[in-house]
Design a protein around this ligand. Structure first.
Ligand code: NOJ
Length: 535
């Protein structure tokens, strides 16, 4: 069953276009490649796809540096290919979300090029954040870019421009009405082409305050914002709400306007999901107020350990938080910015966690390749492309590992992804992970996702709230057991390396690994495994 509206409890499959399927042998995935694989996507049982950017871009940050938001980069095809992809998806009853990148443009965007030429004080520069240097020649403030290094780059006439990310991604000035108008045009452009909604990049970042003020601890703040940087949680918690460029009240006015645009498309049920990293977590609920956006990403599980206490806290916390505004959470275990879940917590653990999460209320985002249990790719330094690697002078390896192309078929890399040379190397060791191999193995991760997604639609979508049965604060069976009931289904996850016996009866719907032993009202859950029982 589909939820109503469709996005409420949807499963949304994230495609990184450059890594999905290459139709023309240039070593990079493209839109016709995606179109040719939509039957496969449909076979997974997902409701929608979200595509990372495929717009005109010099590709300094994987396309999140947009030079023309209303056209397709030739590496991915053209607008007719985009239309064709959307139409074929719709024929298959798949919705299509596209990425919108409103915090910044590429420095190759015509506006930025005009701003460089027009000089200080011009209307063209007012679309970005251009300021003079301090009297000692230093940049206007001490902010550190989220990709490392200063947030400011100086242009020929001595002025600096602000970029929260790479120097090739100048931040837009949302106080300027041109910016507002241009994004309205872009939203309508993709909706008119048939898109069903948007994933909003850096949704919390558009409005800046105190642009000329130094932060008291820029390095601390920069570290606090990085998930991979160990930090005393109290210090992190104290620093995060002090970010002067995130989660300002002004962003909500923008989303109220956007919501009116989405609503004007009526029964098409256009939806948008915010990429918003905000603190304290309760602030996330503001993005899904009834007159704002439909969903906000919940990134808690992207770096959570495979630990019952922590997972319970994060999951029940997200459910309670969203309940307070009558919304449902979203769930993600991997995306193009973070290590793949199979590498991060282990293959068998990632199967168990995925099956547990797919039973929760809300929408699940599945990053392409996750359904194959793909680990991160091993990237030689000379092949790296992520600006994070370059801006930190190699101190951080960056996100390329999660972006390696998908293995489709055959016995050797690049496993059918391309007839040319892939833009990032696929691992020879992935030969058992190809779609072709996994299709024929009933116990493969691929078939686990397919079964789970079908069963989720049949038994769980629209089927009520979570009632916890086993958690650190419910039941007492084992410290490594989490369980809840939803409607007629009970879901058990055994995180321990040994089996655990529980007193319950029901029909086994699916198990993530191992063989389930059930009789006389008792079920033995295999080690590191999740199962769903139907009552
Ligand atoms: C978030 C995107 O997911 C990431 O890939 C990108 O680098 C930054 N935003 C900047 O656009």
């Amino acid at each position: 069953m589909k939820s109503s509206p469709w996005w409420k409890e949807a499963t949304i499959y994230q495609i990184y276009p450059r890594s999905y399927f290459d139709s023309n042998g240039d070593g990079e995935g493209d839109l016709p490649g995606i179109t040719s694989k939509l039957e496969y996507v449909k076979s997974l049982g997902v409701d929608a796809i979200w595509l990372s950017p495929f717009y005109t871009s010099p590709n300094k940050d994987g396309g999140y540096d947009v030079a023309n938001p209303r056209d397709v980069d030739p590496r991915f095809g053209n607008l007719a290919d985009a239309k064709q992809m959307i139409d074929v998806a719709h024929e298959l009853d798949l919705r299509v979300l596209v990425d919108i990148v409103p915090n910044h443009f590429s420095d190759q965007h015509v506006w930025f090029q005009e701003a460089l030429k027009a000089g200080r004080g011009s209307l063209e520069r007012a679309r970005f954040h251009f300021y003079d240097a301090n009297t000692d020649g230093t940049p206007p403030n001490n902010w550190i870019s989220l990709f490392g290094g200063p947030s400011w780059t100086q242009v020929e006439d001595g002025q600096f421009y602000l970029h929260l990310f790479d120097s090739s991604q100048p931040d837009l000035n949302w106080d300027n009405p041109d910016v507002d108008e241009d994004f309205e045009k872009t939203l309508r452009f993709w909706l008119d082409l048939g898109a069903d909604g948007f994933r909003i990049d850096v949704a919390h970042g558009l409005v800046k305050e105190d642009v000329l003020k130094d932060h008291p601890d820029p390095q601390g703040l920069s570290d606090a914002l990085r998930l991979d940087m160990p930090m005393d949680p109290e210090r992190r918690y104290a620093l995060l709400p002090t970010v002067p460029y995130f989660d300002r009240q002004g962003v909500h006015e923008i989303y109220r306007k956007w919501r009116a645009i989405f609503n004007s498309y009526g029964s098409r049920d256009v939806m948008a999901v915010a990429e918003a990293w905000v603190h304290p977590p309760v602030n996330a609920t503001r993005y899904v107020r009834p007159d704002e956006l439909h969903q906000v990403f919940n990134f808690d599980l992207l770096d959570a350990s495979f630990n019952a206490e922590q997972l319970y806290r994060l999951m029940s916390g997200a459910l309670d938080l969203m309940k307070s505004v009558e919304a449902l959470p979203t769930w993600a275990l991997s995306n193009h910015d973070s290590p793949r879940v199979a590498s991060r917590i282990g293959e068998i653990e990632s199967r168990a966690l995925a099956l547990f999460v797919l039973a929760l209320p809300g929408s699940c985002y599945v990053f392409a390749g996750q359904e194959l249990g793909l680990p991160d790719g091993v990237i030689p330094d000379e092949s790296r492309q992520d600006p994070i690697y370059f801006r930190t002078k190699g101190a951080q390896k960056g996100r390329d590992g999660a972006r390696v192309p998908l293995p489709w078929n055959g016995e050797t890399a690049p496993f059918g992804f391309t007839s040319g040379s892939p833009w990032l190397p696929l691992q020879d060791s992935w030969k058992e992970l190809t779609v072709e191999k996994q299709e024929s193995d009933p116990k493969s991760v691929l078939n686990l996702y397919r079964n789970a997604l079908n069963l989720r639609a049949e038994h769980l979508v629209n089927n009520g709230e979570v009632e916890w049965i086993e958690s650190p604060t419910h039941g007492s069976k084992s410290e490594s057991l989490l369980a809840f009931k939803r409607g007629n289904v009970s879901v058990y996850m055994n995180l321990a390396n040994s089996p655990v016996e529980v007193q319950v009866s029901g029909k086994l719907l699916v198990v993530s690994a191992g063989t389930v032993d059930g009789r006389d009202g008792k079920v033995t859950i295999p080690p590191v495994s999740t199962l769903w029982l139907h009552h």
